[in-house]
Design a protein around this ligand. Sequence first.
Ligand SMILES: O=C(O)CCC(=O)C(=O)O
Ligand SMILES: [Fe+2]
Length: 304
Amino acid sequence: MSESKDCFLNNFVHNLQRLMIQVEKRTNLSHKEFVNEYLRPCKPVVISDATAGWQAHTLWSTDYFRKKFGSRKVSVMGKEYVFSDYLDIVDNSTAENPSPYLNEVNIHKMFPELTDELKPFLKYALPDRLQSHLIPASWGMRQGLVELLIAGKGTKFPGLHYDGFHMHTFVTQVRGDKEFYFYPPDQSPYMYPEERIPNRSKVRDMFNPDLEKFPLFKNAHYSMIVVKQGETMFIPSGWWHSTKILSTSLAVSINSINDKMWNSYINDFFIIHPHSPLKTAVMKTYFRLAGVAMSISEKTKSFD
Ligand SMILES: O=C(O)CCC(=O)C(=O)O
Ligand SMILES: [Fe+2]
């Protein structure tokens, strides 16, 4: 079906020229084109109209959130805020005095009222094995892993990382513009992964790296692209990234797992949630078989 190279089969071999290419911006991309041109080759892309049907694009603002959820408590980087107080900090954020970054907030759990405003579900994130009924509800994400991201002007995302469990990520800028910085997986030798959480770099602040502690980091090559309001950034599995906010940012991230990283996902899962050797072996066998069944059913579906 596809002539494009499959990054998982090619073990992420990227040459320097490939690193230097600009991230493309695309419109009106079919699901098949996305799979062949970006998903299989693990190539980042910005899609301008991926979520054009979302009501969120007309409704969302810091005032809208203030009116709807102002008195609710939110946890931002380990600190509790009344949401309206946090939104005031976001609105007044500057590079000198940046807001804390609200992230890892599961919309379906924390703000279920917003779910309908994010429909139809982003087709490029499908098929998503997190949503499969073949994996336990407690482990899976029946409605997908959909998270809210909020921060003010001048704020940097807390840390350089690739997304856990080798998930792909799609970030939609509902409000505001953002600079996205990427390092392809072959730059990992310069990234100083944390021992316990290998998808996180010990170089916490890529904008001001401690080169005495992390001397190899200066060898790392990155690409940067500005993702504008309304656009969706696709970050392939295993790509290191971080961001800087250019204007008050309300964004949604959607993670997904497909056939190619199914085994990495299972392996990562048992590293993060260890079980006894026997239970691990039994569960891994079940999930490998479930993966085969999922592959068969995925081949029969169309997403355009
Ligand atoms: O959109 C951003 O600022 C980065 C979000 C991100 O990388 C994440 O949530 O994992
Ligand atoms: Fe991320």
